[in-house]
Design a protein around this ligand. Structure first.
Ligand SMILES: [Zn+2]
Ligand SMILES: [Zn+2]
Length: 276
């Protein structure tokens, strides 16, 4: 596939997890062949944040986010913020995250989750990087926190404060997030039979606020459910999105690729090289 056709961006993929240790080169080759231009690799703790930066620095087309997932937020200390700040100095770091609240699994106490999220919101404002937000069944606590944070954000981050990744909320949550300037990350569940509510969200929200992602190795799209997910499959999300938008997959890939460029600061979209 020519570079011109490569407009897909997987905005959320955990390439540093052990699931990809054996065949990362093949996974990246599969991604190129599926038309991917770029992949954003978020951290879930300090170790995976360090690994994401190292991976991004050694591969054109790979970019990193550094942060602590709510599952790991019990380990948060001031030293964590210090190290994330140092990691964020890399030119290949395009966001803080993933950070957020997970009241579905509740692997960490909720007050620890909120504390780690607040600290990472501060870090995002300070570094001028958008935040990648994980939210499971926590919108009632999350939205007020984000609203408070977006009150006095400096430019240019005020225009692109972050993304609610693997969005699974309702239309009112989606609208509220978009009013605050957030993007929504749409993942594999869009292709599931039971996804009527998510499909109605994607057909209602602004196209210029929509990103696509795999969240690999999790959330494999149809027909790969039960298997390991991988970045190449983001093309299946783009196809399903095209159906909802009543357009072509090339168009949904181009629009979401341009949106990824806008939020992650790739000033010339994906035309400025540094491709996978
Ligand atoms: Zn997540
Ligand atoms: Zn994730």
């Amino acid at each position: 596939m020519s570079d011109l056709a490569r407009t897909l961006v997987d905005t959320h993929c955990h390439l540093t997890l052990p699931d990809f240790a054996e065949d990362l080169d093949q996974v990246l080759e599969n991604a190129r062949r599926s038309g991917l231009a770029r992949i954003v690799v978020p951290g879930i703790d300090l170790a995976t944040s360090r690994a994401a930066v190292a991976l991004a620095e050694s591969h054109p087309g790979l970019y990193a986010a550094v942060g602590v997932h709510p599952h790991h937020s019990n380990a948060w200390t001031p030293a964590t913020a210090h190290e994330l700040r140092a990691l964020a100095a890399s030119a290949k770091v395009v966001a803080i995250g993933e950070a957020g609240l997970d009241y579905y699994r509740d692997y960490a106490p909720r007050d620890a989750q909120r504390r780690a999220l607040r600290a990472q919101l501060e870090l995002a404002a300070e570094t001028g990087l958008p935040i990648i937000v994980h939210n499971r069944e926590a919108s009632a606590d999350l939205l007020p926190l984000l609203a408070e944070w977006t009150q006095d954000l400096p430019e240019p981050i005020a225009a692109r404060p972050g993304v609610l990744h693997a969005f699974s909320g309702d239309l009112s949550t989606a609208s509220h997030a978009i009013e605050m300037g957030f993007y929504l990350g749409i993942a594999g569940p869009l292709t599931y039979k039971q996804a009527a509510s998510l499909r109605s969200v994607v057909s209602s929200i602004a196209r210029d606020r929509t990103l696509i992602e795999t969240d690999a190795p999790y959330l494999p799209p149809h027909p790969h459910r039960g298997q390991r997910n991988e970045p190449a499959y983001v093309s299946l999300v783009a196809e399903r999105l095209a159906t909802e938008w009543e357009t072509t997959p090339a168009d949904s890939a181009a629009i979401t690729g341009r949106n990824a460029g806008a939020i992650f600061g790739w000033d010339h979209g994906i035309e400025n090289g540094h491709l996978l």
